[in-house]
Ligand binder design. Sequence first.
Ligand SMILES: NC(=O)C1=CN([C@@H]2O[C@H](COP(=O)(O)OP(=O)(O)OC[C@H]3O[C@@H](n4cnc5c(N)ncnc54)[C@H](OP(=O)(O)O)[C@@H]3O)[C@@H](O)[C@H]2O)[C@H](O)CC1
Ligand SMILES: [K+]
Length: 548
Amino acid sequence: MTDLVTSAQMRAIERTAFESGVVTGLDLMERAGEGVVAAIQMRWPDAQRVTVLCGPGNNGGDGFVVARLLREAGCAVRVLAAAVPDRMPPDAAENARRWLEAGVILPLTRKTLNDPDWGRSDLYVDAIFGTGLSRPPKGDIASVLLRLGGASGDGEYYSNRLVAIDAPSGLCLDSGRILLAGESVPHAALTVTFHCLKAGHVLSRGPEVCGEVVVHDIGLEPWLRNRKGMNSQEFAWFMAGRTPPLGLVSPLPFERMNADARVGSFMIEALNKFGRLSEETHKYTYGHALVLTGGMGRTGAARLAARAALRVGAGLVTLGAPGGAMLECAAQITALMLRRVEGGGDLAALLGDPRITALCLGPGMGVERAAEMLAVVREGGVKPHPTVVVDADGLTALGPVAAPLPPGWVLTPHGGEFARLFPDLAAKLTAPADTGPAYSKVDATREAAARAGCVVLFKGPDTVIAAPDGRAAVHAATGARAVPWLATAGAGDVLAGLIAGLCARGLGGFEAACAAAWLHVEAARAFGPGLIAEDLPEALPGVLRALG
Ligand SMILES: NC(=O)C1=CN([C@@H]2O[C@H](COP(=O)(O)OP(=O)(O)OC[C@H]3O[C@@H](n4cnc5c(N)ncnc54)[C@H](OP(=O)(O)O)[C@@H]3O)[C@@H](O)[C@H]2O)[C@H](O)CC1
Ligand SMILES: [K+]
């Protein structure tokens, strides 16, 4: 897990770094510009003619550094800017003046962009807005951005040579939502960001519009490691700006994580715990997961979930099936156990066994049966409570969540299910974004977890996992980790089974949901196209072996 930050948190880091006196804003801006130029030179070593588009803030300031450094490297550089230096923040203004020592600034308009006397550029650098985008761009800036985005039918031309500093302008770096009105939004070939990824790079439309994303180190790490040198007021302020933490699910070893990866450890801990096998163990050491099935002809989803729970290392996995489905289940399983769970009374009796440490409730159950079983675990006073993974029909049976559920639950909705469970939050998420930072999937999932009083895993290519205490993480199956072939019937049942299996082994719901999201996608990547849900549990041993 690595840290993701919001724009406000990045500003807090940056500002506190300046105030500590270790670095200046000009140092950081110069390093930011150097990082962009290095990334450009590596990918486009032959670029000769470059247009740099500078906005009114520090993102524009980075643009002026890039323009100057490219000019010094021998490129013909043209700068179009939205503001005169005197109206820019001090560091940006200083870099605009340095550029003016041997260059000119043209107005940032569509007419200048298309000036036939200049013609086409090999590269366009978008330094219009970064973390400071606060509202939808209008007027000349919007017109330029829409042109870059292909409003005149040449979107592909620009997207192949557009380098975005921090973000393609119009992208909200907190939410990954687009604040620019209109269909034609700029798509960058390369986005260079600083210090760490921002939430908007991995959420919603971020991955689509950012292209390749490079994180350039601008030297904040030493300061972050030394931040205990701050006085307590500074430290309290800094922490307030960073709380609650947001992680990006990845199994990076510690050395490669940000020095400040306070939340970073949970994925590692989760996987270490998974790998830790004590010498004296028996099957109950690794927990017992109970997976409830539907009736005859509807047991496949639960069998998939159960197989996944077993493969991910639960010591025992039992299918709880109604009498009429027992034969069907028995004919199709080997290592799984089978118990008759006809009605709520049977479940209550089974859960009296404290060795059952996780329950998977929903896949293929049918809404009526799911509702009956939910009532048992909700009100039955089962002690100790197993972790309950509620998925599919279980979520439908739950209906809108107005009050806290038992704390040991994990809800795993996709978009449609989320809208049924939390209609007001889903409405906020789909309402047009007209101010920045826009309401994000992280905001919605955090609110949902707080309201439900339990862990919520909101599925998607950008899966967000949140706990009621405010911890949250994004699991991004985008870019190089995109697995379009995972959109196959039964894949969600496997994910529910993985979470239940990891919970059965003793992982907390939040850690289990993070680790399961990662393992699910890795299993799909390992198998490749042509995957069907049955293949996922079978691909898991290879993924686990590769983890070492
Ligand atoms: N993070 C770091 O360590 C470093 C970041 N750098 C770069 O700085 C930018 C952030 O700079 P900032 O000045 O905070 O923000 P922006 O440049 O993105 O934009 C702010 C200005 O833009 C105006 N604005 C915002 N939205 C609009 C709009 N829709 N239309 C017109 N103008 C808009 C905003 O005006 P306000 O009225 O909202 O105040 C500001 O004038 C970061 O992204 C990095 O690229 C440092 O250079 C290096 C270190
Ligand atoms: K930008």
